[in-house]
Write a protein that binds this ligand. Structure first.
Ligand SMILES: Cc1ncc(COP(=O)(O)O)c(N)n1
Length: 553
């Protein structure tokens, strides 16, 4: 399929006229992920944010007719099911799917959200339909996505009764649910109260279980100063993805919110969209849990009861929440999370770890110092461009101050080098390595072409990353039996320079500059995406810079 043709994705579910759940939620999620959405309606409901006032099911033969109309004409890339309401509808869907795709290898991914009861407590699946769902739909599903009560119902109905109150229970339940025949199970943890302590305990007991905690990454960043609260006892949501070969936990902070109507529908619809686009189940789940989390976080009020999450935050928004006491650096958090994996590879690089242990070979460090000496010239020049693009004395002063800071930083590089017999002339005569040129040239390029906001993004990864490394190492060093060795470490000065007050003041100034951008002129989604892309690129270039110094080994 051409990149430009959106995959066609189908939802088979009930209608929610108030637009929060069911068909309406699914079509919004498909659209948000660039898919062409289609729907087979199993039931009309009369509902709103306060509850379900009535259900009017579609006749099973008409459900079949809708499904055949679509399958007979359009190449479907993924399907999800939601509220199916009764046994006859559930059966006809499973049978039509099997008969249309008689060759099992031609079947599109099928995500089954076993919707049984609405948030407001209304039954959305007749009791006798549960067995049909187990017998006929689970075995053809790529994924089933029950929440706690749906999982308990499915298991009790299939004689594998289980009560789910702990993370261990969730994993055991997901393993049992897999026996119902789907290729994978996503057991949603919205109704199970857990903390990081629970996750860490389980991870220690079960090394086979992978923990994805990108959503929490920014909270562990020293520079963002939001780690004072006791992270281990903070309430979390953990979703368990059980595939045949592996178990993965998706961990995100729990948000106390009334705006959760349609969360399950949206999550499974996003997974179907991404499977339709060819992503792996793991990646689809990662993106879907993150998307749903932000949907709750950015929800706006609708109605008088349990309102819907914001289905379209990725398309429409101002996206950056205002700074608060618990989240004083919202834009920086978004940037770090948007490139979470690369950022972690950068700030926790082997170069940093070996330097902190004092085991980093001298030639690696000297290669780094020489290249950094060359790089910092680009960096200072880029701040010069920022001065040229500034329109207030405040911003001119802060960029100028940074140039002075960089010149001081270069002085410490010279002192390091002199101690090891390398003169300034040697430093200046060092040929630039490709990773230095790539990074330096990119900064100058953004400085010449972009607006000042883009240049600030490009300069931030370096400033904040070194600040993070400095604080992280300093904190680790204070722990009992720490892996960080300060005593007798030949690189101690380096750690002290970056964790020291002088550099950390520069980091604070950088953070203020970044956050001021979001407040002064809030970016729309597209502009924020551009900022994230620049930040991501510079994070990658930073990692590449340390890779190059380690390649000497
Ligand atoms: C048509 C339809 N499908 C699904 C749900 C479940 O959503 P929720 O659990 O958020 O009420 C619903 N209320 N209505």
């Amino acid at each position: 399929m051409s990149e430009t043709v959106p995959p066609a994705v189908l939802t088979i579910a009930g209608s929610d006229p108030s637009g929060g759940a069911g068909i309406q939620a699914d079509l919004k999620a498909f659209t948000a992920f660039g898919c062409y959405g289609m729907s087979v309606i199993t039931a009309l409901t009369a509902q709103n944010t306060t509850g379900v006032q009535g259900v009017h099911p579609s006749p099973p033969d008409f459900v079949e007719k809708q499904l055949r109309s679509i399958l007979g004409d359009i190449d479907v890339h993924a399907i999800k099911t939601g509220m199916l309401f009764d046994a006859a509808n559930t059966r006809v869907i499973a049978q039509t799917f099997r008969s249309h795709y008689a060759d099992a290898s031609s079947r599109p991914p099928l995500v089954v959200d076993p919707v049984c009861v609405s948030t407001s407590g209304h039954t959305l699946l007749a009791p006798e339909a549960v067995q049909v769902l187990i017998d006929e739909l689970c075995p053809i599903a790529t994924l089933i996505t029950p929440n706690k009560s749906e999982a308990e119902l499915l298991l009790s109905q299939s004689n594998r009764a289980a009560k789910i109150t702990s993370l261990g229970d969730m994993i055991a339940a997901s393993e049992k649910l897999l026996l119902l025949g789907s290729k994978a199970v996503l057991l949603k943890g919205g109704h199970v109260e857990l903390t990081l302590a629970d996750v860490e305990k389980l991870a220690a007991e079960r090394p086979d279980v992978t923990v994805v905690r990108e959503e929490l990454l920014a909270d562990n960043m020293e520079i963002l100063q939001v780690n004072e609260q006791d992270l281990t006892t903070r309430p979390l949501v953990v979703d368990v993805l059980k595939e045949a070969e592996r178990t993965t936990l998706f961990v995100s902070p729990r948000i106390e919110s009334m705006s959760t109507h349609g969360t399950g529908c949206t999550l499974s619809a996003v997974i179907a969209s991404l499977l339709g686009k060819g992503h792996t189940l793991l990646e689809a789940t990662r993106q879907a849990t993150a998307y749903t989390h932000v949907g709750i976080e950015t929800a706006f009020p609708v109605g008088h009861g349990h309102g819907p999450l914001n289905h379209l935050h990725a398309l429409t928004q101002r996206v950056i929440p205002p700074p608060t006491a618990s989240n004083p650096h919202p834009l920086t958090r978004i940037l770090i999370q948007s490139a979470a994996k690369t950022w972690k590879e950068y700030v926790e690089h082997d170069f940093v770890k070996q330097l902190a242990q004092g085991t980093l070979p001298r030639e690696c460090f000297m290669h780094f110092i020489k290249q950094d000496y060359l790089y910092l010239k680009y960096y200072a020049r880029a701040y010069g461009l920022l001065v040229a693009k500034s329109s207030t004395y405040g911003s001119i002063e802060s960029a100028t101050q940074t140039i002075v800071n960089v010149i001081n930083e270069v002085r410490t590089h010279k002192a390091f080098s002199a101690r090891w017999g390398i003169s300034e002339a040697d430093l200046a005569a060092t040929p630039e390595s490709p990773s230095t040129t790539a990074y330096g040239a990119y900064l100058i390029d953004v400085g010449l072409q972009g607006d000042s906001a883009k240049l600030i993004m490009a300069l931030a990864a370096c400033l904040l990353g070194y600040g993070e490394v400095g604080l992280w190492l300093k904190k680790e060093a204070t722990k009992p039996n720490s892996w960080v060795k300060l005593k007798g470490n030949a690189y101690l000065q380096w750690i002290e320079d970056y964790s020291g007050e002088h550099y950390q003041n520069a980091v604070k100034l950088g953070l203020e500059t970044i956050e001021a951008l979001a407040v002064a002129d809030p970016p729309n989604a597209l502009r924020l995406q551009e900022w994230s892309a620049i930040w991501e690129k510079c994070t990658r270039l930073e990692k590449g810079f340390w890779d190059a110094s380690m390649k000497l080994l």
